[in-house]
Design a protein around this ligand. Sequence first.
Ligand SMILES: [Zn+2]
Length: 161
Amino acid sequence: MLAITERAIRASFVNCTQGEAKRLAVPNDLETRPWVDLDFLGWRDPAATQRAYLVAESDSGLVGVALRVAPQTGRARRSMCSLCLTTHTGDGVSLMTARKAGRDGRQGNSVGVYVCSDLACSFYLRGRKDAGRRLDETITLEEKIDRTTTILGAFLRRVLE
Ligand SMILES: [Zn+2]
């Protein structure tokens, strides 16, 4: 993705109030992020670990989504990220829930997704970060990236609709 500013990030949120978007914790190292290797920007709030955020490009511009991270069960198990299809053990994958945008969200409707707990899917796909095991696939990196952005796009549409 292209580099984005804190201002653009705060303006992109579709499922929280303007006040929340103004106050939420945006990473302070945006200048040094490896943007060309990012399919989306995702991060956890270091001061409130149940909060996570994801910002991605879409046909209608940047879309930012505030997520609530479900508490971990503490059981050792394998689970797979539904965005990048990386398998992690233990707490490596979390259920993250986004309140839907607009009236649906105000009525309490939300959409959930299982995603790498550190939201570093782009790095797992590119082998910049090692999760120990990935699916044994013959498709190219470009195809994997395409798949991830397609799945992410579908998730964002469900938040927006
Ligand atoms: Zn992932």
